[in-house]
Design a protein around this ligand. Structure first.
Ligand code: ATP
Ligand code: MG
Length: 183
């Protein structure tokens, strides 16, 4: 699976709908301080199922919704859509019937988030598992936050093991086993 495009609307500083094409090879995001570079990376993590508002530098999940500026009123919803190329058919069973996957998350003030894969309502868990199997996702080592290298060095052995398991692509299996045991 490969990221093709990210669409953001009403998310943090991205008030009007905007699309960012992710081409082959390396993609760089450049711009002055405060222009929204980190917000863009957070949009990517958020649509992949990040459920900690602290990891979104927010004091509640509703804070990811555009909060208004001098000349624009606040919004009540935010939506992020990630377009994935699935022509290698690596998506998990159940979502593997098309070459293109459209994963979206929409939040409404005081009403929480709704997730969709190819316009079908799904659980947050389905989205998290989709990306965990592909060794990416909101908490994966593919997304390196500022200060994260230092945290890895000083981490306890158990948390370091968790990070290594994510990197090895087996954390999706652990999540599935936990779900099976709970049922
Ligand atoms: P730097 O180069 O300093 O790291 P950056 O390009 O990463 O900057 P961000 O941290 O992505 O910038 O963006 C910060 C901006 O986003 C701030 O101006 C902040 O006010 C704005 N912002 C964050 N959340 C919201 C929100 N909910 N509504 C409106 N604006 C927001
Ligand atoms: Mg930044």
């Amino acid at each position: 699976m490969k990221f093709n495009k990210l669409r953001v609307a009403g998310f943090k500083s991205f008030v009007e709908p905007m699309e960012f094409v992710i081409g082959d090879g390396l993609t760089g995001v450049v711009g002055p301080n405060g222009c929204g570079k980190s917000n863009l990376v957070e949009a990517l993590r958020w649509v992949m199922g990040e459920n900690s508002y602290k990891n979104m530098r927010a004091s509640g999940m509703d804070d990811v919704i555009f909060s208004g500026s001098l000349n624009r009123p606040a919004r009540n919803t935010a939506e992020v859509t990630l377009f994935l190329d699935n022509s290698d058919r690596k998506a998990p069973a159940g979502f593997n019937d098309s070459d293109m996957l459209e994963v979206s998350r929409r939040i409404e003030r005081e009403a929480g988030s709704v997730y969709r894969i190819n316009s079908r309502d799904v659980r947050a868990r389905d989205v998290q598992l989709l990306f965990a199997d592909a060794s990416t996702g909101a908490r994966s080592p593919a997304m390196v936050r500022q200060g994260q290298i230092g945290e890895l060095i000083s981490a306890k052995p158990t948390s370091r093991r968790q990070i290594l398991e994510e990197a090895a692509g087996i954390s999706g299996l652990h999540s599935r086993r936990n779900e099976a045991e709970i049922r």
